[in-house]
Design a protein around this ligand. Structure first.
Ligand code: ARG
Length: 585
């Protein structure tokens, strides 16, 4: 019997089938699988208890019936036992552990194992999505790195992923920007640091409109001109967007982030009338003080606080474009699932968007996708307040990343003076950028977190430097042997794990499958981070307890297999999180 990739998930399915075979009310039976206390096994199914209790039956008898009804392959792969009142424990046999490690021996094989999680599903992932003409600052990094990790993870698990950068390239800021561009621009500054200059222009124009009502009117007139298709303003708008996109791209490249599409808000301009018409015809939208709005009577707040889908002056807004975006994503991309990442402050908007979309699609008979607003908290400084520079401005992302590389370079130089400067620069790039990125991914995304350089760049704890170092260390084991860890030959002749440390490490490796399934189900990369950190810890314990480079060829092969697979899973996991791994540090 081949070993399944996701052993726990497969066992769950088998238990449900066994319930039917054993004559239980299979629809009412849930296996309630969880990770077992490692002393007793790998997985524990607690479902017999609840089932028996509800029917005044003996849970142990139910558990026995279930075990008897399991197909023979289950006993081939597990030691099965009943504990306490009726918990069923499953302990993977060493031969099963070996089978898994031999089957999932490359990135391709891990990927094909994971591909049944989302095979045949198309996910649109809308992430980063910054507003034009503003520089990216620290706050923007969360959506970028979490979005990139989620996209990679879903694709690894078989989904077809459409990455869409929904740029905020339309809206009232363009009135001020265009007026400022015409009246306040400094061409030299625009040539040397265009985005910086655009930001200055915007701020200056904003201040000018506050001082002088006539300027405010002029800025508004520019916006109306733009919306009416005035050629000069359209051209200016276009060049402002290009400048902005060029600056964003630099950072995307630095962070190895890519998109399949960059359909900004403006892309939906001609698609809005259909939204207004359909929502009105469906009886969902109504006029209120000149605006077009959708109330949700069943909701405690949105029954009085409507979703404004067109402003009273007739202009579109964030809600109008997002509704059109939902429709486009099911009609054009045929999305089964839409995932949008923004900070938690937008949760009301997305709740209203989804309530409205559900009602609208149902009325029209459109296929309803799954929808997830993946939200995240803020990054705080050491004082517990939103992270800022000393002058009180938001920290620019570019400056943060450059500082990360520079600090990592100092650290690497202290640790490895013997390496050449280009080598140290390369390591510093992977460590510095990786550290900032990992620090973010490792957090529970729903909460705020405090950013400190010492924590982010520490070689101890759940950090990128620690994990990158663990990877480099395993590479060095193989290097000393004159072998390549990824050469299939290095593990031939390996037998099943035997010592306690070998078995513990092998079990942890097999847990990669459940980790991927949980990480993608919850869209929480932090689960994968925790797992990789624990795996590296398990490897350290193994490496301390059991000598790998021993004369006995059988023991050596058995332990090298564990080294090679730990490396494979660590590197695969870190790359899914967007990190670049190193062979030496
Ligand atoms: N541009 C928005 C912002 O900067 C985020 C857009 C997210 N995507 C969306 N479809 N609403 O907050």
């Amino acid at each position: 019997m081949p070993v399944a990739f996701a052993i726990a998930e497969e066992l769950n399915t088998k238990l449900i089938a066994a319930a039917a075979t054993a004559g239980l009310e299979a629809n009412a039976f849930a296996p309630e699988m969880r990770t077992a206390d490692p002393q007793h096994g790998d997985f524990q199914a607690n479902g017999a208890l609840g089932y028996a209790k509800a029917r005044k039956l003996n849970p142990r008898t139910i558990a026995e019936k279930l075990i008897a009804a399991l197909p023979p392959a289950a006993s081939e792969h597990f030691d099965v036992s009943i504990a306490g009142p009726g918990f069923i424990n499953f302990k993977l046999k060493p031969a099963t552990l070996l089978g898994w490690l031999q089957t999932y021996d490359s990135v391709e094989h891990l990927k094909s194992g994971a591909s049944h999680f989302y095979g045949g599903y198309r996910h649109v992932v809308d992430f980063s999505s910054p507003n034009t003409a503003k520089q990216l600052h620290v706050g923007h990094i969360r959506g970028m790195v979490i979005g990139e990790a989620i996209s990679r993870l879903l694709a690894f698990c078989g989904a077809e992923v459409v990455r869409d950068n929904h740029i905020g390239d339309w809206g009232t800021q363009f009135g001020k920007l265009i007026w400022g561009y015409k009246h306040l621009r400094n061409d030299a500054a625009l040539a040397s640091d265009p985005l910086e200059e655009l930001e200055r222009i915007y701020k200056a124009a904003d201040a000018a409109t506050k001082e002088n009502p006539a300027t405010l009117d002029a800025a508004r007139a520019e916006l109306v001109q733009l919306q009416n298709g005035d050629a000069e303003n359209r051209a200016l708008w276009h060049s402002i967007n290009l400048i902005s996109a060029g600056a964003f791209d630099k950072i995307y490249r630095q962070l190895d982030i890519r998109f399949d599409h960059q359909l900004g808000e403006s892309f939906y301009n001609e698609k809005l009338q259909r939204v207004y018409d359909e929502l009105r015809e469906a009886g969902l939208a109504e006029e209120s003080q000149g605006a077009l709005v959708v109330f949700h009577p069943e909701h405690p707040r949105f029954k009085t606080q409507p979703f404004i889908i067109r402003k009273s002056d007739g202009a579109s807004n964030y809600a109008s474009t997002d509704l059109a975006t939902m429709l486009y994503r099911i009609e054009h991309f045929k999305a089964h699932s839409i995932v949008i990442l923004t900070d938690a402050r937008q949760s009301d908007h997305f709740e209203q968007l989804w309530l409205t979309t559900k009602k609208w699609f149902e009325k029209k008979g459109y296929r309803l996708p799954r929808f997830e607003h993946v939200m995240f908290g803020s990054i705080l400084g050491e004082d517990g307040k939103a992270i800022k520079t000393r002058s009180g401005d938001p920290i620019k992302l570019k400056a943060l990343l450059d500082e990360a590389e520079e600090r990592a370079f100092q650290l690497v130089t202290e640790k490895s003076r013997e390496l050449s400067e280009p080598e140290r620069r390369d390591i510093a790039n992977a460590v510095g950028i990786g550290a900032v990125r990992y620090a973010d991914l490792a957090q529970n995304r729903s909460s705020d977190y405090v950013f400190t350089w010492d924590k982010v760049l520490s070689f101890e704890g759940n950090t990128a430097p620690y994990l990158l170092y663990a990877v480099a260390r395993i590479h060095s084991i193989f290097r000393k042997l004159g072998q390549d860890a990824y050469d299939p030959g290095v593990t031939t002749g390996a037998t099943a794990p035997e010592t306690a440390a070998e078995i513990a490490l092998a079990r942890k490796l097999v847990g990669f499958a459940s980790t991927l399934s949980q990480t993608t189900a919850q869209l929480r990369p932090s689960y994968l981070c925790t797992y990789l950190y624990e795996l590296a810890g398990e490897f350290s314990s193994f490496y301390t307890a059991d000598k790998v480079i021993v004369d006995d060829p059988a023991i050596r092969a058995r332990r090298l297999l564990l080294c090679a697979r730990t490396l494979l899973v660590l590197e695969t996991g870190l790359r899914l999180l967007g990190l670049r791994t190193l062979t030496r540090m």
